[in-house]
Design a protein. Structure first.
Length: 114
């Protein structure tokens, strides 16, 4: 799983994503539905010595997403709650000598979405 996701993510983003997916697998849960990107904004690319980096802010409509158990019943509880909308900022970097940009970090931020 880490190798497959490592083509798109790195650093803390890779660790957090793999950790969450392993937790779902351990509990025999899965995510169903899809999110709709309502808005995507990106900064200019800068090179701070770690490679080209851009910050991407994304507003997502997640109303159709749910975490369900193996029977398909929605899982309750804060640990697996999915907000209706999510305003998140991603740190996306292209390491020196690499061809692709990777998501290296992300966080939910305050603001209005949508």
């Amino acid at each position: 799983m880490t190798a497959a996701l490592g083509r798109f993510t790195g650093g803390n983003a890779l660790e957090a994503t793999v950790g969450f997916l392993l937790l779902l697998k351990e509990k025999d849960y899965r995510r169903v539905g899809s999110a709709i990107d309502l808005q995507v904004l990106a900064t200019r690319v800068v090179d701070d010595g770690r490679g080209d980096e851009v910050h991407v802010t994304m507003c997502r409509d997640q109303r159709s997403l749910a975490i369900v158990d193996k029977s398909g019943d929605p899982v309750t509880g804060d640990e697996f709650a999915i907000p209706e909308y999510n305003l998140r900022q991603f740190a996306v970097r292209r390491p020196p000598g690499e061809a692709a940009f990777l998501v290296f970090g992300y966080e939910t931020i305050n603001g209005v979405c949508p």
